[in-house]
Design a protein around this ligand. Structure first.
Ligand code: JFZ
Length: 475
């Protein structure tokens, strides 16, 4: 009965679902608002998402005006959270819109920068926790049209990125510090009445965005951790379905819904609620087992933490090579890597972000074959770096090398049915010598290739007679 229902909802949604991704065990807890399908979405839109590899995150809003500073003092939290800082009166923050006038803003320039970096998708903050809207919404006056700038920023970004061939996703914070109907919890009838108005406001705004920016591919929800929202699982379930009905193929991660018991991301039966796991915030799974075979995305800041523009960046600033390594690791574990940028209030980027985007882009120009439409290889992980291969099976395995052993010999342990025919550098196609060792191991000898790290080696493999278990491709 339950299975029938599930199959039906999968068919209704028009998806073919990869059942191999998650183990199919019986649900033990009956849920009205749990996961509605098991395993991965395998439709064209989600396949496209899966192939992105690299994305860009944009955090831009009123917090960018302050850049983490108020009255000569620096806020030590993430700059986009400054409104919650005790020292800054809310009335001051809520008047910042009168100063928001990004004279240097050029959406096409942003899109070109993202394109040169190699980003295949972008997530843009349309409304962060402060409640300020970057589009001229008719549901609150706290929006871009009442700033000195006046023009629709979101429209310009959606158009420019779409024109550049970069898919657009809209970040939307459910938690809204500005709307008087927002509640952290529902403790009285009055709370429930106010929050019902708030829910309608959210639904209206999202439907408005779909109407105004029909090119978008999905939503990136945030600010869904409070009790008020966790108690609204029925609403978030129907909202999710409404949005997908209006815009078939829409992609929504696991940070929107809560189940009947207030469980987020994974329902009470442990099933992912959403099209991909959206909980890898500034962290990367340690190994493939930690991904549970789900689609997932890692969102990363260049400084330690902080997403909106901050005059002073916190802690260690990641180098481009660290970022490229994170990208390679994510793709090698079937995830996407999304790098955050926090533009200044005038519409320009800090130099470090511009430089990093360039270095990553130069690397991607040479090596993107090992990133786009690539994923996990079930070969024993080695210390030199990460394996990837095309999601659609072929005979090539990529080695993304970050640590060259002193010996110059890279160890590869291949499955017993697989023969390594040829190894060459992706950049310039110089062939490398292969030394077969006892057992299943092989050395790829770098000789004096003079490669600067990181670089990619392509292995051409051939499979012999094989059994199902020897298959090295996971799906
Ligand atoms: C949220 C926001 O609060 C933050 O300002 C930024 O927009 C970021 C992308 O998302 O921050 C979070 C949300 C979730 C976790 C951590 C920070 N989490 O699940 O660990």
């Amino acid at each position: 009965m339950k299975m029938k229902k599930m199959v039906l909802s999968v068919m209704l949604a028009g998806w073919v679902v990869g059942l191999k991704a998650q183990s199919v065990k019986k649900d033990t807890i009956p849920l009205l608002h749990g996961a509605h399908h098991i395993g991965k979405r395998m439709d064209a839109d989600m396949n496209r998402w899966r192939g992105y590899g690299l994305g860009q995150f944009i955090h831009w809003g009123l917090y960018s005006v302050l850049g983490g500073d108020y009255n000569g003092k620096h806020y030590n939290g993430a700059a986009e959270w400054i409104r919650s800082w005790g020292e800054l009166p809310h009335s001051v923050y809520d008047s910042l819109y009168k100063k928001f006038d990004p004279k240097e803003f050029d959406a096409n320039r942003w899109a070109v920068m993202a394109k040169q970096m190699g980003a295949k998708y972008v997530t843009i903050t349309t409304k962060h926790h402060d409640g300020f809207c970057l589009w001229p919404t008719k549901y609150t006056s706290y929006n871009i049209s009442n700033t000195p700038y006046k023009k629709d920023i979101l429209k310009q970004l959606v158009n420019a990125y779409t024109k550049a061939g970069i898919d657009v996703y809209l970040y939307f914070s459910i938690m809204d510090w500005h709307n008087p109907d927002w509640r952290y919890d529902l403790k009285s009838t009055a709370d429930t009445i106010a929050f019902d108005r708030f829910k309608l406001f959210v639904k209206n705004q999202l439907e408005e965005q779909l109407k105004m920016y029909p090119q978008i591919k999905g939503f990136w929800f945030d600010g869904t951790w409070d009790n008020s929202w966790k108690k609204s699982g029925a609403f978030s379930d129907s909202l999710n379905q409404d949005l997908k009905r209006i815009h078939p193929g829409l992609i929504i991660g696991s940070r929107l819904r809560a189940d009947d018991y207030g469980k987020r991301h994974f329902d009470s039966n442990g099933r992912l609620m959403g099209d991909y796991e959206q909980g890898w915030e500034r962290t990367i799974p340690s190994d493939f087992a930690a991904t549970h075979g789900n689609d997932w995305e890692c969102d990363m800041t260049i400084p330690e933490n902080g997403w909106g523009y901050a005059k002073k960046w916190m802690g260690h600033w990641k180098t481009p090579n660290e970022l490229i390594e994170m990208l390679a690791k994510c793709v090698s574990l079937d995830g996407n890597f999304v790098l955050n940028f926090g533009p200044k209030a005038d519409g320009t980027f800090r130099q470090k972000e511009i430089d990093d985007a360039k270095v990553i882009g130069n690397w991607m120009k040479i090596n993107n074959e090992a990133i786009y439409n690539c994923g996990y290889v079930n070969w024993l992980k080695q210390d030199w770096g990460y394996y990837t291969q095309k999601l659609k099976k072929d005979n090539e395995i990529y080695m993304i090398v970050f640590n060259v052993p002193v010996s110059g010999a890279l160890r590869v342990s291949s499955p017993k049915n697989t023969v390594i025919k040829k190894a060459y550098l992706l950049d310039g196609h110089k062939e490398l010598s292969i030394e077969k060792l006892d057992g299943l191991d092989t050395f790829i000898h770098l000789q004096k290739t003079g490669q600067k790290q990181p670089f990619v080696i392509v292995l051409e493999t051939q499979k012999g007679a094989q059994s199902e278990e020897d298959e090295n491709k996971h799906i």
